[in-house]
Each structure stands twice: as structure tokens, then as C-alpha cells.
Design a binder for this molecule. Structure first.
Ligand SMILES: O=C(O)CCC(=O)C(=O)O
Ligand SMILES: [Fe+2]
Length: 286
């Protein structure tokens, strides 16, 4: 039976080398817009529509168009921000999203980059971010994925936008090559004490750490795929556009990696994993 090994590689040697060197890689047009992306946008349009009908029956909105699938969303959350939370939770339940999450090419891509035959999808590690203009509460500041998704040290974030990400929308910012320096030290509270849950955790010396590296902030479009090493320092940009920045996060790990095996492939911090107990040496106590 063909397990994918026989298929032509998805990446060139130069792309693999760039990912190893920089800790990230942008693959323009990796996904098929009509077959893989539009069904997710259509479902989001319908879900937003149901909430508009339920909570703002007098509001008018456009029929589905992939370029503006979120029509009416800004007005909906201006009416009641909690309705945005419903859309955020519902997005993970869209079958087309779950199909994309575990699609064959994602698995092959991970296996190619990590030279493994045994890929996993981190428990509670996937979803669709909605970064609303000028909202700081849920903006993710400088971090490395492994601390929050401790499934394997060599995990990879698959990040893909559902809208055109122009500079004002705050593209993800990356510290180029930072993955070579291993897991940084973190602390809870401090400058992020006003945020919720795991968003209170930040780098122990954020300024001193992130200024050591050159930055990248790749612009992207629906269908593009941005890959990030689980040790690459990155953060959300600041969305100062008019529209929310919608993007998908999928996370793959390697069952065969030693640290993952030792820890037992824990779920995401969002599912309740106590990362301060898991990584006591990575936390500086205030
Ligand atoms: O999309 C963002 O702003 C943050 C992305 C991120 O931290 C991630 O995908 O792991
Ligand atoms: Fe992240």
C-alpha cells in the first residue's frame, strides 16, 4: 500500500534548507482555493449569517463572496463582542476545516521536513484566529510554540490566512533563525499581567531576546502556507486595518521525538496542560 513515500517530494532541497536555516518558510499557493479554502470561508459566512439573523434581524448583508466572506462580522461584534467568541469556537467545528487539518499533503509535508514516518496533530492545537482591529487582549505576543504545545520539540506550525494579509493587518512577525537557540526563559505576569490565561506568559527578557534577531513579517494570501518551527520566536502583528485578520493554525508534531515521548505528547495549554509544572526550568519566578 502506498503511504506517500513514493510520491514526488513537495519541497525542493532549497526550501528544506531555508526552513532549517531560518526557522520558517512561506509556500505561496500551497492549498487549492476552490476545493480547500472556499468551503471554509463559505461555512464561516453561513455561521456569521445565522448569528446576524438571530441577533440583528434588521441588518442586511451580502451573499457569499470568498473575498468578503466575513461581511457583517465587524457590525456583529460591535453589537455584542461575545458573538465573536461563538464564531471563534464554531470555526473549529467546520468539516472543511477539519479536512484541511488532516489532509494528506499536510502530513506529507511534515514528514518530509522532519524525516519521520509518524506525524501527529497536537490535541486542541488547531483553530481559526480572528484578530480584530485594535484588540490587544487576544493578540499573541512574542513566544515559541513548543512551550504552549509541548507535543514534540520539532513540531511545526502550519499558518494559513483566509484574507489578504497586508501590512496594516499586522502579519505574523518572526525572529529569523531564533529556533537555533533553543527554548527561551519565560515569566508569568509582568507586562502581560492584564491579559487572560496563558496570554499572561511572556519572555523573561523580551526586549533583550527579540532584538538579537533580524525580523520577517511575510505578507500572504488565502491558499498560502507559512510554516514555523516550534522553537521560532514569533508574535502577532498589530491589526490597524478596518477588517479582522482571519487565519488558520494547524500544528503537527513528531511522535518519535525524544522530549515528546518523555512528556507523553501533552495537549495544548488551552486544554489545561500545566506548562509551568512541565517546564519548571524555563520559568523565572517573579
Ligand atoms: O496569527 C497570529 O497572529 C499568531 C500566530 C501564532 O502564534 C501561531 O500560529 O502559532
Ligand atoms: Fe504561535
Amino acid at each position: 500500500m502506498d503511504h506517500g513515500q513514493a510520491a514526488a517530494p513537495l519541497l525542493s532541497a532549497e526550501q528544506v534548507e531555508a526552513f532549517r536555516r531560518d526557522g520558517f518558510l512561506l509556500l505561496p499557493g500551497f492549498y487549492d482555493l476552490a476545493r480547500e479554502i472556499a468551503p471554509i470561508q463559505r461555512a464561516l459566512h453561513s455561521i456569521i449569517g445565522l448569528l446576524i439573523e438571530r441577533h440583528r434581524p434588521q441588518a442586511r448583508r451580502a451573499p457569499f463572496d470568498p473575498a468578503r466572506f466575513d461581511d457583517g462580522y465587524a457590525e456583529l461584534i460591535a453589537h455584542d463582542r461575545r458573538l465573536g467568541g461563538l464564531v471563534y469556537d464554531a470555526a473549529k467545528l467546520i468539516p472543511a476545516f477539519i479536512r484541511l487539518l488532516s489532509c494528506n499533503r499536510n502530513e506529507r509535508l511534515f514528514r518530509e521536513l522532519r524525516s519521520t514516518d509518524l506525524a501527529g496533530i497536537g490535541a486542541a492545537s488547531f483553530g481559526i484566529r480572528i484578530d480584530n482591529p485594535h484588540e490587544e487582549q487576544f493578540r499573541s505576543h512574542w513566544h515559541q510554540e513548543y512551550l504552549f504545545q509541548p507535543q514534540s520539540l520539532d513540531g511545526i506550525v502550519f499558518w494559513s490566512p483566509l484574507v489578504d494579509v497586508e501590512p496594516e493587518m499586522g502579519p505574523v512577525q518572526i525572529c529569523v533563525g531564533s529556533h537555533h537557540d533553543g527554548l527561551s526563559r519565560y515569566r508569568r505576569g509582568d507586562r502581560y499581567a492584564g491579559k487572560t490565561g496563558a496570554y499572561q506568559i511572556g519572555l523573561a527578557d523580551e526586549e533583550g531576546t527579540v532584538t538579537r534577531y533580524p525580523r520577517a513579517a511575510p505578507l500572504s494570501h488565502p491558499g498560502d502556507l507559512l510554516l514555523m518551527d516550534f522553537l521560532t520566536l514569533h508574535q502577532s502583528g498589530h491589526n490597524v486595518a478596518q477588517r479582522s485578520r482571519w487565519s488558520m493554525q494547524l500544528r503537527y508534531f513528531n511522535f518519535r521525538e525524544r522530549h515528546g515521548i518523555d512528556l507523553g505528547w501533552p495537549a495544548s495549554v488551552t486544554a489545561g496542560t500545566d506548562i509551568e509544572a512541565l517546564f519548571p526550568e524555563s520559568f523565572v519566578r517573579a
